[in-house]
Design a protein around this ligand. Structure first.
Ligand code: C2R
Length: 188
């Protein structure tokens, strides 16, 4: 069935229990399980918009064959966007991007001893020809949001949800501004 895939056992999915996942559009790949506490925030954003995701550990350095298999198979598997997270010498997002035409969002993860500057530079400084859309160091929530925005290009329901999300952000700014004014008036 086009766009559907049977779950490889190593993949964690957004809706545990299903054998077939017609709705999984975002593949989240991370270099190690140590990245998970950061990467989790991606799934919070995706879940908020009801976007199906799957999650897998792979490494361009430690397991290049698995990484290539995943990247080359992603489009046929029905994925639309890949989020690739890695720390240190973070070649994973770029290598994945080189093996698929799907947009790849790179998520630099901060680890010792350089606290993410290394992963940021390795992900963002791609050579011309193979882009990776890089978010902030540990910017996992924005990686999820950016994936939703990409999907919203062809999904009016997601577009509407994103509009509401933005309106809510603006409303919170107004509330904070009002609270600030009240506080300053009281302090006078
Ligand atoms: P360990 O905690 O397993 O030692 O991993 C991972 O993403 C993680 O942040 C330490 C860090 O190594 C990163 N890693 C990469 C790649 N594979 C693993 N940057 C890669 O292929 O780019």
């Amino acid at each position: 069935m086009a766009g559907r895939r049977l779950l490889p056992t190593a993949v964690i999915q957004s809706r545990p229990g299903d054998d077939i996942m017609p709705d999984v559009k975002v593949g989240i790949v991370m270099g190690s399980d140590s990245d998970l506490p950061i990467v989790r925030k991606c799934t919070e954003a995706l879940d908020m918009f009801g976007v199906g995701w799957e999650m897998v550990i792979s490494s361009a350095h430690r397991h290049p064959e698995k990484t290539a298999r995943y990247a080359r198979g992603a489009e046929d598997a029905g994925l639309k966007v890949i989020i690739a997270a890695a720390g240190g010498a973070a070649h994973l997002p770029g290598v994945i991007a080189s093996m698929t035409l799907l947009p790849v969002i790179g998520l630099p993860v901060a680890i010792e001893p350089l606290h993410g500057v290394d992963s940021l530079y390795s992900i963002v400084q791609m050579p011309q020809g193979i882009p990776v859309a890089t978010v902030a160091v540990n910017g996992a929530y924005n990686a999820g949001l950016l994936a939703v925005q990409m999907l919203a290009i062809e999904d009016n329901n997601l577009r509407q949800q994103l509009n509401n999300y933005r309106k809510n952000l603006a409303k919170k700014v107004e509330e904070k501004d009002t609270a600030l004014r009240e506080k300053i008036t009281q302090d006078k």
